[in-house]
Design a protein around this ligand. Structure first.
Ligand code: ZN
Length: 566
């Protein structure tokens, strides 16, 4: 078997947030007694047949995940060494010591024969303790792992059988795996891994409900309004109530929360759905053009008006006009807007006759218009006219529970757009998405997901460094060969390392002297508080005081005997 050092290095204990990682997968260090208790309860409540299949499927999922790592971690190794990642991880995870005895594979011909000896199976142990010796093998979860691992590894359905088991009186367990078509009873064996029929039915009903819900939800060109958080559902509820009426809606919320999506959804749900929806971003138009853009201009109305121009209000006639970033609208244009809202009539620039328009206005802003009124930048009467039905769209950080749902939806959208198939996100990436501050809200999430999709090889999971380029593992730790916790130092970027190295060279500093100055600098910055300085350096207080005392001793030696010191 190859060395498993490469696998040990993938285990990270993230002490700051209490997470354990195996590469990108979140892991649990749990007592085998707790899993045994769960196993016992399953057997008692649903019976051995169902419990066996449930445990097999649980193990299968875990084997599949470990297989994603295998080809990634040992890309240049022999097929056997690559495959050995599974048995080795199974051992590191504490499930069983797995020693492959036979490994014959011909992927092209679709032939596999893999015999593995299992010692110290936790499951056989647990089963024996609870139920005594059995006639049939009992390492169900482990067997599921082996099948899931081999199936994902070879990307072809493989099934393991347990030939002998420590739970039925043998000294150790032994399993044999083949591709499903190689077993005479392969199809039957594979059924163990298919979801239970009742669950299938539930799944079907679930997807029917989803389909109906999607059909009821407004779908615009940018996608549906997705979210289950209370804050978001409240906003959508208000929107749905406003839709069938003519009320002027004011959408508020930070940049990037999806105000245009809300506006076009409102339009799509309204009786005006088959009429135009026109959106204007007031901040994007130069102030000298904004009036002609909104209200139109007759030929010759101003320099450059070489032809009659139809404004956005007229374009939206019969439909809906969204005025985004309304706070940016100049005061003169505000006066004209107010008149249109009050009379339903507008005049083109340089035009002599009023034109009747029937337009529903949706205003949107990311600034506090009340404050803008106080500062003299916005008309109070216009604010009153617009603020009849305000809807606040929550920021993304206020709806953390929606992040995974949104990210998966965006992933599907971008997968189709870029023609790439990505399996999803690692648990670590999802945790990082949930923990992010999201100053740019949904739009920022969309950008990160698209970036992650592009940086991730097809068929793999998007990990955190593909989403956040500045991601650092500085606060994480690992486990050494003896299984002890070690702190891992995050490497400095090469550019900074080069700068420090140059400084050392030019000043003739030794590594030791550099270390001394760093220690002293930390103490100075912590105003002499050793505990704080130690924390900043990632060491304990006793470690720091020991090193400081070593510096003092060296200084004294130097003073006493300057000739002898190098
Ligand atoms: Zn067994």
């Amino acid at each position: 078997m190859p060395s498993d050092d490469d696998l040990r290095r993938l285990i990270r204990f993230s002490t700051d947030d209490g997470l354990i990682w195996l590469a990108g997968q979140r892991m649990l260090l749990l007592h085998s007694a707790s899993l045994s208790a769960l196993r016992r309860e399953m057997l008692n409540t649903v019976g051995a047949g169902h419990a066996r299949r449930m445990l097999m499927r649980g193990g299968y999922a875990s084997g599949e995940r470990d297989a994603l790592l295998a080809r990634q971690i040992r890309p240049d190794a022999s097929l056997f060494d690559m495959f050995a990642v599974g048995p080795q991880l199974h051992g590191l995870e504490g499930a069983v010591r797995a020693m492959p005895e036979v490994f014959e594979v011909d992927e092209q011909a679709g032939r596999l024969r893999c015999v593995v000896r299992w010692d110290h199976s936790w499951e056989a142990e647990a089963h024996m303790r609870e139920w005594g010796p059995q006639k049939d093998p009992a390492c169900w979860m482990l067997l599921g792992y082996a099948s899931g691992y081999a199936s994902a590894f070879f990307r072809r359905r493989a099934i393991f059988k347990e030939l002998q088991c420590a739970a039925s009186g043998h000294a150790y367990c032994r399993i044999e795996g083949r591709f499903v078509h190689e077993w005479p009873d392969g199809e039957m064996l594979a059924r163990d891994y298919a979801p239970e029929s009742m669950l299938v039915r539930l799944d079907e009903l679930q997807s029917q409900v989803e389909a109906l819900r999607t059909r009821l939800q407004p779908i615009d060109r940018q996608g549906p309004l997705l979210g289950q958080s209370r804050a978001f559902e409240k906003a959508v509820g208000l929107l749905q109530k406003a839709a069938p009426t003519q009320v002027t809606v004011l959408l508020t919320g930070e940049t990037g929360v999806g105000k245009e999506r809300f506006a076009s959804a409102l339009h799509a749900m309204s009786p005006r759905a088959d009429k135009p929806f026109v959106a204007v971003n007031c901040a994007a138009l130069p102030s000298e053009l904004i009036e002609s853009e909104l209200f139109g201009a007759e030929k010759g109305a101003f320099t450059g008006a070489t032809a009659t121009r139809i404004g956005r209000f007229e374009r939206a006639n019969g439909g809906t006009l969204m005025l985004d970033e309304l706070g940016e609208l100049p005061l003169a244009a505000q006066a004209k807007l107010l008149r249109v809202l009050q009379t339903g009539e507008l005049e083109r620039l340089g035009g002599a006759r009023p034109i009747k328009v029937d337009v529903r206005v949706i205003a949107a802003t990311n600034v506090d218009l009340e404050k803008a009124v106080e500062a003299g930048g916005f008309r109070r009467d216009l604010l009153y006219r617009l603020n009849v039905y305000p809807i606040h769209i929550p920021a993304l950080r206020e709806r953390v529970v929606d992040i995974e749902l949104l990210a998966m939806h965006m992933l599907q959208k971008f997968s189709a757009l870029h023609g790439r198939s990505i399996a999803g996100f690692t648990d670590r990436a999802l945790a990082a998405l949930r923990g992010h501050r999201w100053p740019g809200n949904v739009r920022e999430l969309e950008n990160l997901v698209e970036r992650g999709l592009i940086l991730t090889p097809a068929g793999e999971l998007i990990d955190v460094d593909a989403l956040f380029p500045q991601w650092s593992e500085g606060s994480q730790s690992g486990v050494d060969e003896q299984g002890f916790l070690t702190r891992q130092q995050a490497a400095l970027p090469a550019r900074q390392t080069a700068g420090i190295f140059d400084a050392m060279q030019s000043q003739g500093l030794s590594l030791e002297a550099l270390e001394d100055s760093l220690l002293q600098e930390a103490v100075r910055r912590a105003s002499g508080n050793l505990a704080a300085a130690a924390r900043a350096l990632g060491m304990t207080r006793p470690q720091l005081s020991y090193r400081l005392s070593r510096i003092r001793e060296r200084d004294q030696d130097l003073r006493r005997d300057p000739e002898n010191h190098e």
